[in-house]
Design a protein around this ligand. Structure first.
Ligand code: UDX
Ligand code: ADP
Length: 454
């Protein structure tokens, strides 16, 4: 069997590397129009940072895993074509700011139709609005094309930073296919690929529309949990309740469960906001305005949580941060990734700069992306070494939950800072009592402040 994957990004690259590793008899070619990205996949400096990815790529690369810019050749040769291109939020025209921009995806469908000379299974890997497969089939079968395409939906649930573990041992794999004989045959072909390493009972099958909608729904539910606990964090700060204690108390209820209840400066990442806005737009399209407003609020709460964090910094530092040096530790949207898409750090740094603070950004993996995200923002500098970043700072703001930040020498940091030395823990990950004992003014999310100034 030959597999081609169009799109060598965060989803396509790692997913195909895992399939190639687990299915040595399957030839997997990942193609992309971005030649620089493809070149990087052929080296040990992979275009994305993901723990354990290089080992998986190295095992299969050159054996049955190939990266190429020859998109047409790879499509033509393939039995199964995964489409894993970006589907960002539309920035223009109808649905701007909410609907999915399907132009890259449709170009792929047209390309597939144009170059194919044999029947193929087309797998939607990109996150798409429900009923996209319908449109894809119409594009693929337009005119008098003798080739038959069977479209499956196979959304990817991997999270960045844990992609390899998620791919190796997923909670489930979901495959949606049509309830026709050809549809079920195609579905079985893909089930057999995943069954190389995933127990059959964890490979769920459904109709295409359920599969498409499940991806948006899963992300909306996860993001909703973060927004829910962040809403409660605001009430905690007003009432001396502790959000971590509340999360622990409710998380032990097996009906609620403990995951995704960490209050934070807000969720980021390429998926949550985009997918919820897409869901909102879909609801509106079907005239379901109340359902749309319900999900919209999850995004609004998230934006508010980020702005609120900046306001806490401003108000606690005597209502002025103009000219003050603020060291931002962590710019990635979460730990173990260099990805900064929709990272709360972008909004926080921009708003700090608007208040004319001198912002120093530090991050172990994301400084390259941070520089692009903050291009044109005055009074922002970048410093890889966290100790250099905090030297002379009036405040430290922790925005990413990098494990390494827990073991920083905070005595040394305190000594290097202006006094009073403020610390804002946007991830509730540090030992606040110990920091307070060292002399810091400590502010966290959903907990009372620990101050020496009262
Ligand atoms: C998410 C989904 O988890 C994944 O299944 C889907 O395929 C893609 O979108 P990802 O965006 O990589 O994955 O990261 P995730 O771990 O879900 O975190 C998203 C954001 O929520 C991060 O900014 C994270 O810091 C934040 N978060 C998560 C919290 O603030 N609190 C939590 O309790 C959990
Ligand atoms: P994701 O996070 O969903 O994987 P990325 O943006 O990381 O998204 O990756 C999507 C990839 O798809 C990009 O590398 C982009 O160059 C590629 N791509 C977009 N359109 C096409 C196309 N028509 N043909 C081939 N590759 C494409």
């Amino acid at each position: 069997m030959k597999i081609c994957c169009i799109g060598a990004g965060y989803v396509g690259g790692p997913t195909m590397a895992m399939i190639a590793k687990q299915c040595p008899e399957v030839e997997v070619t990942v193609v992309d129009i971005n030649a620089e990205r493809i070149a990087a996949w052929q080296t040990d400096e992979l275009p994305i940072y993901e723990p354990g990815l290089l080992e998986v790529v190295r095992e299969a690369r050159g054996r049955n895993l190939f990266f190429s810019t020859e998109v047409d050749d790879a499509i033509r040769a393939a039995d199964v074509v995964f489409v894993s291109v970006n589907t960002p939020t539309k920035t223009f025209g109808e649905g701007a700011g909410r609907a999915s921009d399907l132009q890259y995806w449709e170009l792929c469908a047209r390309r597939i139709k144009e170059v194919s000379t044999s029947d193929k299974i087309i797998v939607e890997k990109s996150t798409l609005p429900v009923r996209t497969a319908d449109a894809m089939e119409r594009v693929l079968h337009a005119g008098d094309n003798p080739v038959h395409f069977e479209v499956l939906s196979n959304p990817e649930f991997l999270a960045e930073g844990t992609a390899i573990a998620d791919l190796e041992n997923p909670d489930r794999v979901l495959i949606g296919g049509h309830e026709t004989e050809a549809g079920q045959r195609a579905l079985q072909t893909l089930v057999d690929v995943y069954a190389h390493w995933i127990p059959r009972e964890r490979i769920l099958t459904s109709n295409v529309w359920s599969s498409e909608l499940s991806k948006l729904t899963a992300n909306a539910f996860l993001a909703q949990r973060v927004s829910s606990i962040n809403a409660i964090s605001q009430l905690c700060e007003a009432t001396e309740a502790d959000v971590a204690e509340v999360a622990n108390a409710i998380g032990t209820d097996s009906r609620i469960g403990p995951k995704f209840l960490k209050a934070s400066v807000g969720f980021g990442g390429s998926c949550f906001k985009k997918d919820i806005l897409n869901l909102v737009y879909l609801c509106e399209t079907y005239g379901l305005d109340e359902a749309a407003a319900y999900w919209q609020q999850v995004v609004e709460m998230n934006e508010f949580q980020q702005t609120r964090f900046v306001k806490t910094i401003l108000h606690s530092m005597f209502n002025t941060i103009a000219g003050k040096r603020i060291a931002v530790l962590g710019f990635a949207f979460k730990a173990d990734t260099g990805d900064t898409r929709e990272s709360p750090a972008i909004k926080v740094c921009r708003e700090l700069a608007l208040e004319r603070a001198e912002v120093v950004v530090s991050d172990p993996k994301a400084l390259g992306n941070a520089k692009q995200d903050l291009e044109g923002v005055e009074s922002v500098v970048f410093e890889a070494d966290p100790y250099a970043a905090v030297a002379g700072a009036h405040a430290v703001a922790v925005l990413t939950d990098w494990e390494a930040y827990k073991t920083l020498d905070f005595e040394r940091i305190y000594a290097a800072m202006e006094k009073p030395a403020f610390l804002f823990d946007g991830r509730n990950m540090l030992d606040h009592a110990a920091l307070h004992a060292m002399g810091f003014e400590v502010y966290s999310i959903g907990k009372g402040r620990l101050s020496h100034l009262d």
